[in-house]
Design a protein around this ligand. Structure first.
Ligand SMILES: [Fe+2]
Ligand SMILES: [Fe+2]
Length: 222
């Protein structure tokens, strides 16, 4: 994995909890130099940055546990998804800085359970981001025509759909005890270096279907 990742290297700030009912910028804590019209978008970017950073930490821990449980393919998937979440966090951080904010967050301790439970936890997190968090954030960014924020949210949301698909498969196979399927064997996963789109196929498309990056620039994780 690459090393340059802007998570929690300096003074932590409190990230306001994501509030799906929140519609206006009033009452929102903002940095003094940030234009008011960017305040909610930055707050949302920070919430997404925190979510992606914590998902990265979670999946790295879940990969270690999956290897220990003998579900080596699930471990491979966790490692690939962890890289994708790191890409999302870095993309969000770039936009936060462009808008005058600072990307920083708290990393929560990871609650590691059985691999089956960890897969279900991972799927629930992806599903929340796909169904609720990113659609709300995209809607808000659209209202302010903030194209950089729209793009980083959309790229992350589309990549999370690939994770949800693969976690769903993995859950079914682990539940059925299919140790001879891909979940039981170290398996290659291909991760778009720009948007985190994740695939089990070495040549699914010529270009990333989400961000158009050439498929030969995908990174392989096992
Ligand atoms: Fe994900
Ligand atoms: Fe991509």
């Amino acid at each position: 994995m690459t090393g340059a990742f802007p998570v929690c290297t300096h003074d932590h700030i409190a990230i306001p909890a994501y509030d799906p009912t929140m519609k206006s910028v009033s009452g929102r804590k903002t940095l003094p130099t940030i234009p008011a019209e960017n305040a909610t978008t930055i707050s949302n970017l920070l919430a997404a940055f925190e979510g992606e950073s914590n998902a990265n930490a979670k999946y790295i821990a879940f990969a270690v546990k999956a290897d220990a449980d003998g579900w080596h393919g699930a471990a491979s998937l966790f490692r690939a998804a962890a890289q994708a979440e790191q890409i999302h966090a870095a993309n969000h951080a770039r936009v936060i800085r462009q808008l005058g904010g600072e990307a920083s967050c708290e990393i929560e301790p990871v609650d590691v359970k059985t691999t089956l439970e960890n897969l279900k936890t991972a799927l629930a997190g992806e599903q929340f981001e796909i169904d609720s968090m990113y659609p709300d954030f995209i809607k808000e960014a659209n209202e302010h025509e903030n194209t950089a924020a729209i793009r980083t949210f959309r790229w992350a949301m589309e990549a999370e759909k690939t994770h949800a698909r693969l976690y769903t498969q993995a859950i079914a196979l682990v539940e059925a005890g299919k140790e001879d399927a891909w979940v039981g064997t170290p398996s290659d996963f291909y991760v778009c270096a720009a948007c985190g789109y994740t695939s089990e196929s070495p040549e699914e498309h010529e270009r990333c279907p989400v961000c158009n990056l050439s498929w030969d620039k995908f990174e392989v994780f096992r």
